[in-house]
Design a protein around this ligand. Structure first.
Ligand SMILES: Nc1ncnc2c1ncn2[C@@H]1O[C@H](COP(=O)(O)OP(=O)(O)OP(=O)(O)O)[C@@H](O)[C@H]1O
Ligand SMILES: [Mg+2]
Length: 316
């Protein structure tokens, strides 16, 4: 997607939730979108799915998917040709929104039944195959959500996202509600799926450490902007944006005496974001220019980019 902006209309004025975001998910790769709560991660993903609330103020940019321009498609074309079929999404908290009175198998195959009018028996066969693939026993097809553990419910949601064999799956905080060992199992499942299915993934998380194992690349978001992109390993080892540096320093490390640091200050109000670089009020390296002009995405080598004047050559 390039130059995508999504502003919400509110009583206080437009909320700049997504601002001029550029993001690319190469085929078969997983891109991790990380950043603090409220930085616009979910908003970015609903732009791709075109699942927008009613209070939209601005929605602009280009979203190219597999050679097609999604922004030129109508809502009904997106619904019939793209959603579930080409791009599916595991929503934040989705495992708690399974319908309690419908058997989980039927919920998994619902997209097939509704969009492709697949007959019941064939749908069940395909549903059970996806359940096996996501580590669920065939018996679970006839169970109700309350009979499943949290980890199993999340597997149900993932099986549903895969049911129409999409090329891109967007996963919004898919493990946040799970305990650590179940989290690890789900991450392993996603790694297997990515390999077996040649799936592209957009993995949204506030936990950069958890994400690093699965993702090939990272896009770090701050206050509606992408502030750093690069190969996962490189971003972790050698962050180029001060915000990424702070985000990494705030991750508690096992068996380490280093106390995690907190990022001082609070994220900005997106109705009235600070001028220039949005991170400058919290940045330890702030310079004169930072509050005056917005930086570009400066290349810092090996495909890594940072939206920061420290990496530009025009500052001072
Ligand atoms: N429907 C809406 N109307 C108005 N403002 C909204 C709406 N949805 C989100 N916002 C605001 O847009 C900004 C971005 O929200 P978003 O949910 O995309 O963040 P996020 O990065 O996914 O956060 P989290 O990590 O908490 O899920 C926030 O300031 C939020 O309050
Ligand atoms: Mg979110």
């Amino acid at each position: 997607m390039s130059d995508v902006s999504l502003y919400y209309e509110t009583l206080r004025g437009p909320v700049q939730a997504v601002d001029s975001v550029n993001l690319e998910v190469p085929k078969g790769e997983a891109v991790g979108v990380v950043g603090e709560s409220g930085c616009g991660k979910t908003s970015t993903s609903i732009c791709i799915m075109r699942l927008l609330p009613d209070n939209i103020h601005t929605f602009t940019g280009r979203i190219l998917f597999d050679g097609r321009e999604l922004m030129d498609m109508t809502d009904s074309e997106i619904r019939s040709q793209i959603r579930w079929r080409e791009v599916s999404m595991v929503f934040q908290g989705a495992m708690n929104s399974l319908n309690p009175v419908i058997r989980v198998g039927e919920q998994i195959v619902e997209p097939l039944r509704v969009l492709d009018k697949v007959q019941k028996d064939e749908a069940r066969e395909r549903g059970v195959a996806r359940m096996r693939q996501t580590g669920l026993p065939a018996e679970a097809y006839r169970m109700y959500p309350h009979e499943l553990s949290g980890g199993m419910k999340q597997r149900v949601i993932i099986a549903m996202a895969l049911i129409m064999s999409p090329k891109l799956v967007i996963l919004d905080e898919p493990t946040s509600a799970l305990d650590v060992s179940v989290q690890a199992q789900i991450m392993n499942l996603l790694k297997d799926l990515k390999r077996e299915e040649d799936l592209s993934m957009l993995f949204i998380s506030h936990d950069i450490a958890l994400t690093s194992d699965l993702c090939d690349r990272f896009a770090v978001m701050y206050a509606g902007r992408v502030v750093e992109t690069g190969e996962a390993e490189q971003v972790l080892q050698d962050p180029q944006h001060p915000y990424t540096e702070k985000l990494l320093a705030s991750v508690p490390r096992l068996r380490s005496d280093v106390t995690p640091e907190f990022i001082p200050g609070a994220p900005p109000d997106l109705v009235n974001p600070p001028p220039g670089c949005r991170f400058h009020p919290r940045c330890p390296y702030v310079m004169d220019i930072c509050s005056k002009r917005e930086p570009e995405m400066f290349p810092t080598g090996d495909g890594q980019y940072a939206h920061c004047w420290l990496r530009g050559d025009e500052h001072g």
